[in-house]
Design a protein around this ligand. Sequence first.
Ligand code: AMP
Length: 214
Amino acid sequence: MSLNIALSKGRILKQTLPVLEQAGFELAEHPDESRKLLIPVKNTDINVIIVRATDAPTYVRLGAADLGLVGKDVLMETGGSDLYELYDTGMARCRLALAELVDSAKSESHLPAKIKVATKYENIARDYFARKGIQSEIIKLYGSMELAPHAGLCHRIIDLVDTGGTLKANSLVEKETICHISARLVANKVSYKLKRAELVPLVDSLKQAFEHAE
Ligand code: AMP
């Protein structure tokens, strides 16, 4: 029985592929050198499917992929309860943070009762402000969040931060870390039951590969 593993494009693909290769999962073609998005793993019945990070949970949830390597940010935003989160790979670590302009951070008085916050993560942002009892208007953006407060679109942003270099380069400071993020190994719930004999050993060898990589 063949198995599909969804790999999120970007940092997750970049960081996990060398670990998978070291563990003996050799792809028939390297994603950097091929435009193919479904790539067999040599000498196995496994295919790797290269997908947009935000689409990865959909592939796994609907069973097009049995397993996936998905960012915790994407899982939280899409409400990942309809998949099994099996393992924290520790790869693509970063944090989701609330940030604002350096100048605004010097005084709170600039803030209206309802603050405007730009983010890709509308659901996480709504939950976060609701928990804090802070009134907010969430503005959905698809990229370049760091620009939004400078252009007067919002008071604050919620975005992924790794080294903090991007915030600093754009005169922003981190106000609060909302949560820590890393790539998680997830499974389709039906596959995990019906293909258990194939999936359990594969999941074990993936876990071992990531443990050794840390
Ligand atoms: P940095 O300048 O190192 O703090 O990185 C911040 C920039 O990289 C922002 O544009 C983030 O959206 C992006 N970023 C940081 N970590 C990740 C990650 N693990 N996955 C995807 N994007 C990330």
